[in-house]
Design a protein around this ligand. Structure first.
Ligand SMILES: NC(=O)c1ccc[n+]([C@@H]2O[C@H](COP(=O)([O-])OP(=O)(O)OC[C@H]3O[C@@H](n4cnc5c(N)ncnc54)[C@H](O)[C@@H]3O)[C@@H](O)[C@H]2O)c1
Length: 267
């Protein structure tokens, strides 16, 4: 069994998008496993409930505590039920990891406006809906931690106008909620993953593209969902007790390379 340090011992966490869209380990799945490994009781939330089965099995195999819950995080009733269920099953709510996100890969002239609305609703409105029900329950027990999953694409053009707009909004929402709820004991932070290799992107990357992505980082390596999960775990835990309103890039330095100073960086 993996080593447990108990960094979330006695805490209750919700992870949205706790399944993965394909075989392998995505960000939500890795985060849920790490939270449980550190002692949290975890509600594994996904619109496609069968996707959470493998996450649950991984946690139970390590002796962790978790259960699954079906919810569409674009639906407010589902978000309320999700929060109520976490409190009913485990007695309190300390951590909310807002992980659900989808991409589109279209330019503004190409985009169908219903698809645009779907991306904004799934990536941003969902975080408002989950948080507005989670925050009052966190306040009841003295506070909590919200971790929103943005993306390096929130501050960088990647050929996906809807996604970049939504992930930039996630950063704004994080800062706004951190300001509004700090005095209520709630920290709100953001993880901005770079080119991590997960089922979300696997289908569109061949080995040349993966090497190109590695080359685009300072470290020359590819990230995994566990890198994203470990960042979320840090921000969720009391190790980050004095950190709020922060955007943590998990990208091997990709976002801070100057293309001007290093014009031939991507080789
Ligand atoms: N993989 C990357 O390279 C990368 C990079 C930067 C940011 N991210 C971000 O990481 C997050 C997702 O990571 P993942 O690896 O867990 O993705 P994933 O697509 O493998 O899993 C996400 C899960 O969310 C669920 N879901 C989708 N819409 C939902 C909804 N409306 N309600 C409830 N559940 C829903 C899906 O069923 C799926 O199981 C996203 O926010 C994404 O933007 C990923």
């Amino acid at each position: 069994m993996a080593e447990r340090l108990g960094r979330l011992e006695g805490k209750v966490a919700i992870v949205t998008g706790a399944g993965s869209r394909g075989p392998g380990v995505g960000n939500g799945k890795a985060t849920a496993v790490l939270f449980a490994r550190e002692g949290a009781s975890v509600l594994l939330v996904d619109a496609q409930i069968e996707r959470t089965e493998e996450t649950l099995a991984m946690i139970e195999a390590e002796g962790g505590i978790a259960s699954t819950f079906q919810a569409d995080v674009t639906n407010e009733e589902d978000c309320k039920s999700m929060v109520d269920t976490a409190v009913e099953r485990y007695g309190r709510l300390d951590v909310l990891d807002n992980n659900v996100g989808i991409s589109l890969r279209k330019t503004v002239p190409e985009i169908d406006m219903d698809d645009w609305d779907k991306v904004q609703s799934t990536n941003v409105r969902s975080m408002v809906l989950t948080s507005r029900h989670a925050i009052p329950r966190m306040i009841e027990t003295g506070g909590g931690s919200i971790v929103n999953i943005s993306s390096g694409a929130g501050i960088e053009a990647i050929g996906d106008a809807a996604y970049t707009t939504s992930k930039a909004a996630v950063i704004g929402l994080t800062i706004a909620m951190a300001g509004d709820h700090g005095r209520e004991g709630i920290r709100v932070n953001c993880v901005a993953p770079g080119v991590v290799f997960t089922p979300m992107v696997e289908y569109r990357l061949d080995s040349d593209m993966r090497q190109h992505r590695r080359n685009s980082t300072m470290l020359g390596t590819e990230g995994t969902a566990w890198d994203v999960g470990n960042a979320a775990l840090f921000l969720a835990s009391d190790d980050a007790r004095w950190i709020t309103g922060h955007v943590l890039s998990v990208d091997a330095g990709m976002s801070v390379i100057s293309r001007h100073a290093y014009p031939n960086w991507q080789v």
